[in-house]
Ligand binder design. Sequence first.
Ligand SMILES: [Mg+2]
Length: 331
Amino acid sequence: MPNADGGIQTRPPRAPVSGKQALRSLDAPATAGYHIQNSPCKERHLVIVLDLDGVVYRGETPVPGAVPSLNLLSQRSYSLFFLTNNSTRSRRHYAQKLARMGIPARPDQVVTSSHVTGCYLSERGAAGRTVYTIGEEGMAEELALAGLRVLPDDTEEQADYVVVGLDRKLTYARLARAYDQVRGGAAFIATNRDATYPIEGGREIPGGGAMVAALACATGVEPVTVGKPETHPWRLILSVTGAAPEEALMVGDRAETDILGAKRLGMRTALVLTGVTRAEEVPGLPEECQPDVVLPSLAGLPPLVEEWEAARQVRRPGVPKAFGTAGRAGG
Ligand SMILES: [Mg+2]
């Protein structure tokens, strides 16, 4: 929560937390109970969180400038995290995909909406409980890793949870089964509500939000949403790194999810124009979706980050305030 001087609530420095402790913080509202800090974190540099689709790549093709920019930032010891609302694949899959493109990444640098959903449910005591899914293999893998028992498509067993994300093989029979589960008392969880995803050739495909809307329409139940623009994914990353929000930068292509959610936590934000939100749309974005900076592509990220980092180093150990002014959107 901002102080009168525009900074973030002061809390004592803390050591990086374990995974279980990090997950516990998901329970807390964004501005209460969460251990936001404004002292220098353990990371030497800014923590950089990048959306994937439309930022790092489109489909199977890296966006121009992405590979050299991210390699440069890695070599300079910035902590990179890759955050996607796409629920269809596991973290392991995305790490392998990035590596194939020439961007070295470990699975623990990847945060998917399925992973965050697994963390969210695990933190609420869901280990060992049952879940029925509308989603693909990666969702089932992440939910199983979180300790849930994933029921088969044709199950007659009543589930404790129904989790819904993008499912490119969704059938009416499974939608009807999910309907029965929610009407039977299962908690309805959406990994995300993205209407579409960008793919190669400037095309888009219907996203997880389309499946969520179908089930919400049928059941009359609004789900709990876990992915962007809800703040759970970023809070997980901040907890794991020990970084304060102003020590972290979100780079996204979709203002109403990537920028909105990161701004809610007080993170720095950069919008790239290689994905969903177009340059001509930026001036008309609501204030809560306005990025700090607009970049044509990731090619412009290293000089921006270096400038911000230099300003951050100069300010240490002074009073943390907004740093870096170059290229701010909307003046
Ligand atoms: Mg995107």
